[in-house]
Design a protein around this ligand. Structure first.
Ligand code: GDP
Ligand code: MG
Length: 685
């Protein structure tokens, strides 16, 4: 509890942490409690999203923290570590544990862990309406007695049970900590727990922070995260010794590892609770639920993949058919606005340099980010619907077998498909992946998917040289991107992220009608966040490019004499083995980092022609082979700044962002050199 410093302790700030399994209704409850007073950020140092909000009740402010959705509080994933560390270190006044009433048995695993930790818990039996309609009867008082904490039914989507929840919250916050839950792990394990506990009790630093018994169990489970945190204490070595000796003995006794035995005991305990407090009346027609029936079609061995591809195609169509005209409108608006501002400040007598900075640099730069907005928002709208309805879990399930062969998660497929439209939402779409490693790999390979911005470049060069089989040549580039993405993904999984198995429970939540409100909130959360973060980076880079093109003072904008032209001339020899070692090509690639379609416009500027005349100039100055090699380079080299912004935003790491830039540059160079050299050998030069 934090006193906010106002006079005479009248108002206080409390902290409520929401914990629960994915799909238990956490976000819905969070939204119902806090309304629009929300803030989305990242947990420090990790890629896990942090949501915070607040509401006021009886003059007191309750800060609500939405912990990541998890099935457990082990150390398996970053999400679990974040949730656990928050509860241990920040000690929220109360942890509200949201439980899906229709699936109490599975949800109770997390509940039991929270209670063992000694957190002050209130259990919200959410989706109570669904439990009712499924004829699931829950003995709420009985459950509350067994668990030793308050239990109440809620319907998050209808804001039912929230006042009671707040009432219980204040009551719990003002009371003593509840007695931690004690699960009996059996005589042998209990003996070790006691031995460990005795040692822990000698260390004040540990006592202060952890529940003794819980810590002992964690040590027994060999929990890497916890071990790391307590390494600094003197007693650590002793604890390790006790653990290792006892565990060796016990494991040889059981022929099974101790973690499995402990988990089994927990499940047994939970099964017992459920048996005692939950009754399920099955009616004849209920045996096959609607969900079961839909799943029979959707996850069918033969129909599953076609339906999935149809869904992806649907998202794609929805996002880009609806989004592109809107993007054009935004682009047109910025064109008009730039002209308008130019006229205005020129009229006011501003120097040309300032006019150009404002119009070409800042307005142009902001425009180049904002044109992505419709696509991003529409994409997230569509993805939210698929997620909330429960279909996304099926899609992952269907693709999982195929993607697993590549060492990737089934869900990695969706960002790749999305990347064909634009790598920015492609990178953002990796958010559906829970496993950090899978997510990183998916982010890193996404820029290899040929986004629509590469298309103008392909069209220009194939138009100049391959007009007879333009379609096939362009298709070959798309295919090259996919093959490289898969190859690079496999290599990264093998080399960079080796030894990391992704523990993934194939959860298939029941189908639900998504509410418009939650869909919009999801869309807004993800979309607006990107615009803010990536926007600042892009505008900065655009201004930098502008400065380089305008200096030294007095040169023609983006000419050979400008700094940019000089840099282009300086780096162009690198591209000689790839067949396009001219300063114009180098500058086009440099500018192309701002946005890949800019390659075309830049070539137009540096060759001093409009777009229409460009094709014939290119046909004269290039060869079919150097053109193809250049297209390969355009496909692979450095993601555009918007994508770089998205990668930085999503990985939360400059190191990975620089890695994405570096590996793609090297790969692009190698591939285009390979194309040019092999092509020359075969006589295509
Ligand atoms: P989270 O993954 O835990 O954040 O879960 P969400 O809040 O996104 O909810 C998952 C789905 O369950 C959404 O489609 C919600 O609309 C739905 N949902 C959440 N709470 C309830 C509830 O109390 N009753 C019903 N019928 N649906 C709910
Ligand atoms: Mg959620």
């Amino acid at each position: 509890m934090v006193n906010n410093g106002l006079a005479n302790n009248l108002t206080k700030e409390y902290v409520l942490a929401l914990a629960g399994n994915p799909n238990s209704g956490k976000t819905s409850l969070f939204n119902s409690l806090t309304g629009s007073r929300q803030h989305v950020g990242n947990w420090p140092g990790v890629t896990v999203e942090k949501k915070e909000g607040s509401y006021v009740s009886g003059g007191n402010t309750i800060r609500v923290i939405d912990l990541p959705g998890t099935y457990s509080l082990g150390a398996l994933s970053e999400d679990e570590a974040v949730a656990r560390d928050y509860i241990i270190n920040e000690k929220p006044d109360v942890v509200v544990n949201i439980v899906d009433s229709t699936n109490i048995e599975r949800n109770m695993y997390l509940t039991s862990q929270l209670l063992e930790m000694g957190a002050k818990v209130i259990v919200a039996l959410n989706m109570y309406d669904e439990a009712k309609s499924k004829n699931i009867e829950i003995d709420i008082n009985g459950l509350s007695n067994i668990l030793g904490v308050p239990v109440l039914p809620t319907i998050a989507t209808k804001s039912q049970g929230l006042d009671e929840l707040t009432g219980l919250f204040f009551k719990a916050a003002g009371s003593e900590y509840n007695k931690p839950l004690i699960i009996n792990y059996g005589k042998e394990i209990e003996e070790v727990i006691n031995k460990l506990s005795d040692e822990i009790k000698n260390e004040a630093g540990l006592l202060e922070r952890y529940n003794t018994r819980w810590l002992a169990v964690k040590i027994l489970e060999d929990d890497a995260g916890i071990k790391n945190n307590i390494k600094k204490y003197k007693v650590y070595e002793k604890l390790e010794k006790i653990r290792n000796e006892s565990v060796k003995r016990l494991e040889s006794l059981w022929g099974d590892d101790i973690e499995a035995v402990i988990a089994e005991k927990r499940y047994g305990f939970i099964k017992g609770i459920v048996k005692e407090t939950v009754k399920r009346q099955m009616s004849a027609e209920e045996k096959l639920t609607v969900t079961d029936k839909i799943d029979m079609v959707v996850t069918n061995r033969f129909l599953g993949i076609p339906i999935f591809l149809l869904a992806v195609w649907g998202i794609f169509q929805f996002t880009f058919t609806l989004g592109n005209p809107l993007a054009d409108l935004i682009e047109a608006f910025f064109g008009w606005f730039g002209g308008f501002v130019r006229g205005g400040i020129q009229g006011a007598g501003a120097p040309e340099l300032v006019v150009s900075l404002i119009v070409d640099g800042i307005i142009g730069g902001a425009g180049s980010v904002l044109v992505f907005m419709p696509n991003i928002f529409l994409l997230f709208f569509a993805i939210s619907i698929l997620e909330d309805s429960g279909y996304m879990a099926r899609a992952a399930y269907i693709m999982d077998r195929f993607m697993h062969i590549l060492g990737l998660h089934g869900k990695s497929f969706i960002p790749m498909i999305v990347g064909f439209g634009c790598n920015v939402p492609g990178v953002l779409a990796t958010r559906t992946l829970e496993n950090k490693r899978d997510r990183l790999v998916s982010i890193l390979i996404n820029p290899l998917m040929s986004c629509s911005a590469r298309l103008p470049v392909y069209i220009l060069f194939t138009g100049a040289f391959f007009s007879a089989n333009q379609g096939i040549v362009i298709f070959s580039l798309y295919l090259l991107g996919i093959v490289l993405a898969i190859g690079v993904g496999v290599v990264f999984k093998k080399l960079v992220f080796k030894g990391e198995t992704s523990h993934f429970v194939m959860e298939l939540p029941p189908y639900r009608f998504p509410t418009l409100k939650s869909t919009f909130i999801h869309m807004w959360d993800r979309g607006s966040d990107f615009i803010k973060k990536a926007g600042t980076i892009i505008v900065a880079v655009v201004v930098l490019v502008w400065v380089l093109s305008s200096l030294p003072a007095g040169v023609e904008y983006a000419s050979r004499e400008s700094l940019l032209g000089q840099i282009g001339a300086f780096i162009s020899p690198i591209f000689k083995p790839a067949g396009f070692g001219t300063w114009e090509a180098a500058v086009a690639l440099l500018f192309g980092v701002v946005a890949k379609e800019v390659v075309v416009g830049t070539l137009g500027v540096v060759y001093g022609v409009q777009d229409e005349g460009l094709q014939s100039v290119i046909a004269k100055m290039w060869t079919p082979l150097s053109a193809y090699s250049f297209m390969v380079m355009t496909l692979i080299y450095i993601p555009c700044v918007a994508t770089i912004g998205a990668i930085k935003r999503e990985t939360n790491s400059w190191a990975w962002t620089l890695f994405a830039i570096g590996y793609s540059l090297v790969l692009g160079w190698v591939m285009s050199v390979l194309v040019y050299q092999v092509g020359s050998l075969l006589g295509f030069a």
